[in-house]
Design a protein around this ligand. Structure first.
Ligand code: NAD
Length: 359
């Protein structure tokens, strides 16, 4: 029996999660998968109900689940500059940290029917299929930082610190995933300057000895940011540290045209993972039936692939999304005017119907 913890969150979170749940219900009963799920509160809604963005009890349930499916958190209601006030986003960092989810995966694909919504030329992006693998629990975002003063005035520092074991485990995952895709890993660093990057490069090279069927190349981060725009088709799996991945994966996300299309997974060594769209809670369109549920539905597909080891069901969901887009159905964020404009629930139903037709 597999149990999924569902955390819809705030803003459009509950609306788009509903569409994923319709698909989960159908696929689970159609293939007799014995999947149960339970809802929990996270983010602003939890602050309103309990005064904190994540209850220990909810966190425990996440730890004991097979996977976590998350919508999005946050919104102007909970924005505050007062440091001691609880923030919805604190809950996300806590789940990632307490569950030890050290690897963030962001697949970035170009959907042919949407190719014109990218700001890049069609011939540059046609066929792009990149998997970003970003280290998520180490590096400068977690390193020592301080603000101090000396005789020259006020100063501040942050520290990029990586243990070898942190690099080893993300590199292993990168090579394993590359084996199931294009068999190529580009490891990003700044080894010409940074000592932490030199350890990164050395360690990745060493791990590669066990994965020689996968091609490995090393690229400096500044060059990578240029190559992603110049010729993104050269990449398969991009392996990065926490900060480099944060910056480069947002750059790459824009190649695809809309933030409403991109899913993500945060994983660790066993199969437990958290799956969520890369976008936020979109308070500007919440409650209006305008949200695109595709990123959320593709996050469910990743959950099938990585936590439940059900690749054929994941393929089916991804194929259904592509077919609905090919047929010209669009939510407002990806509508160019010549298409059939649909609401959040209509988009969810269309994808569900395609899945029914495939299954
Ligand atoms: P956002 O991603 O919520 O929205 C940016 C823009 O993209 C908005 O115009 C929005 O309408 C649009 N958009 C986003 N998702 C969409 C979808 N599925 N369909 C159609 N349009 C979509 O980013 P923001 O406005 O900077 O942040 C809003 C709130 O979300 C903030 O409180 C922020 O802290 C939070 N946030 C949460 C997460 C998360 O939960 N992982 C991530 C980013 C931001």
């Amino acid at each position: 029996m597999k149990n999924i913890m569902v955390l819809p969150g705030d803003g459009i979170g509950p609306e788009i999660v509903n569409e994923s749940i319709k698909i989960l219900d159908f696929v689970s009963s159609r293939y007799n998968l014995k999947i149960t799920y339970e809802y929990g509160d996270i983010g602003g809604i939890a602050i309103d109900k309990y005064g904190i963005p994540l209850k220990d009890e909810t966190l425990e349930k996440c730890k004991n689940s097979s996977a976590v499916l998350l919508g999005a958190v946050g919104g102007p209601k909970w924005d505050s500059t007062v440091p001691e006030k609880p923030r919805p986003e604190d809950a996300l960092l806590r789940v990632r940290k307490e569950l030890g989810l050290f690897a963030n995966l962001r697949p970035i694909k170009i959907y042919k029917p949407l190719i014109s919504s990218s700001t890049l030329k069609e011939e540059v992006i046609d066929g792009v299929d990149i998997l970003f693998l970003r280290e998520l629990t180490g590096g400068i975002y977690f390193g020592d930082r301080k603000r101090l003063s000396d005789e020259k005035g006020e100063y501040a520092y942050d520290t990029e610190k990586y243990y070898k074991y942190e690099i080893e485990r993300i590199a292993k995952l990168g090579f394993k995933i590359a084996r199931s895709r294009g068999k190529k890993v580009t490891s990003v660093d700044k080894a010409n300057i940074l000592e932490s990057s030199r350890l990164w490069r050395e360690t990745v090279k060493k791990i590669h000895e066990d994965y020689e069927d996968v091609q490995l190349n090393h690229m400096y981060v500044d060059n990578t940011s240029m190559q992603l725009i110049r010729n993104p088709k050269q990449f398969d799996v991009i392996l990065t540290s926490n900060m480099f991945g944060d910056i480069l994966s947002d750059e790459t996300a824009m190649i695809s045209g809309s933030i409403g299309l991109l899913p993500s997974a945060s994983l660790r060594e066993d199969s437990l993972g958290m799956y969520e769209p890369i976008h936020g809670s979109a308070p500007d369109i919440s409650g209006q039936g305008k949200a695109n549920p595709i990123a959320q539905i593709l996050s469910l597909a990743m959950l099938f692939r990585y936590s439940l080891n059900l690749a054929s069901q994941a393929d089916m969901i991804e194929k259904a999304v592509n077919t609905v887009l090919e047929k010209g159905f669009r939510t407002a964020d990806i509508n160019t005017g010549e298409n059939k404009l649909v609401s959040t629930t209509e988009m969810g139903d269309l994808i569900l119907n395609e899945i029914k037709a495939l299954g």
